[in-house]
Design a protein around this ligand. Structure first.
Ligand SMILES: *[C@@H]1O[C@H](CO)[C@@H](O)[C@H](O)[C@H]1NC(C)=O
Length: 312
């Protein structure tokens, strides 16, 4: 690894264009080996791919640009970054695809469980705060920060060998001030007010009527997983709920909530609402169905229901 590390350091000083040289000297043997390996593994030496939402790149292609810090620009509310053979560093510039610069934005990232090869920092004016340590226990866990707190700086860690490594994470941008972890994506642990429920019915990613099948607590992820038996699907944006295999016209799926909410199974029908983050359905307001019926009818009579939902 010595040779490659030296080569990396060599490039570090090279922010200016290379002076013209008569011809490339013999490359360090290990670097040659790395490049050969890249070719053998296939596709690694290819150009990176990028769209407005996601970026995929390889540290090995750096050789061609002789750049050590690469700027990545993403303009999307959700996507991913995947960096193979991390070398040098990435600065990730996240913006939304809408034009409202003054609005406060929260960024949440969820590192891939098998992410390795780099540390992920929050960077502001040269100051670094470690968010995800290479190989650390934060892998797979959601971390959030306000966009005004800084940007993402991903720095490759020195490696002892040349095995294949990929650093990667998913990200989501959200409106408003939120928490710094999973709480940013979850509803607070308290019953919703009538107004909150009626609004949740209009704005949630999923709205279903159903009952609790079972609840599993997962302390390692600070989550409780609630399996639902759904009798009426009012809305779902993604396929959180699938038809039950028995084919008796109900649906099933699971939603998650914070472990600290201490949810317990209860009998009867509820109206479950919530949002999907990082592919997981997060429980929002979940009133008893009879309570929801009462508050919906009240609002409807007074013309105050913010949106329509079929109740029959
Ligand atoms: C909970 O319910 C789901 C869905 O029916 C099932 O797949 C799972 O095995 C159940 N888990 C436990 C612990 O009973």
């Amino acid at each position: 690894m010595r040779g490659a590390a030296r080569a990396a350091r060599g490039r570090a000083g090279q922010l200016w264009p290379r002076p013209p040289v008569p011809g490339p000297g013999p490359p360090p043997p290990l670097l040659l080996l790395l490049l050969l390996l890249a070719v053998l593994l296939g596709g690694v030496g290819a150009q990176y791919s990028s769209d407005l939402c996601s970026w995929k790149g390889s540290g090995l292609t750096h050789e061609a640009h002789s750049k050590d810090v690469e700027q990545v620009y993403l303009r999307c509310s959700a996507g991913s970054v995947e960096w193979m053979y991390p070398m040098g560093a990435l600065i990730i510039n996240l913006r939304t695809n809408t034009f409202s610069p003054t609005r406060h934005l929260t960024v949440c990232i969820k590192p891939f469980r098998d992410s390795s090869g780099a540390n992920i920092y929050l960077e502001k004016t040269g100051e670094l705060r470690l968010l995800v340590r290479d190989g650390g226990s934060e892998l797979g866990q959601v971390q959030c920060f306000g966009l005004e707190q800084g940007g993402l700086f991903v720095e490759a860690t020195p490696q002892q060998d040349i095995s294949r490594r990929t650093t990667g994470f998913q990200y989501e941008l959200m409106n408003g001030h939120r928490g710094l972890d999973l709480r940013a994506l979850s509803a607070p642990c308290r019953p919703c007010s009538d107004t909150e429920v009626l609004l949740a019915v209009c704005t949630s990613d999923f709205v279903v009527r159903g009952s609790i099948q079972n609840i599993t607590h997962v302390p390692e992820q600070q989550e409780s997983v609630i399996h639902l038996r759904v009798s009426r699907l009012h809305r779902q944006k993604t396929k959180v709920f699938q038809p039950a295999p028995e084919g008796d016209s109900h649906w099933q799926g699971h939603v998650t909530t914070l472990l600290e909410c201490g949810v317990r199974p209860g009998p009867g029908d509820f109206l479950f609402t919530g949002h999907v983050h990082f592919g997981e359905a997060q429980l929002g307001c979940a009133p008893r169905f009879s309570d929801f019926q009462r508050m919906y009818r009240d609002a409807e009579e007074r013309g105050l229901n913010p949106c329509e939902i079929g109740m029959e």
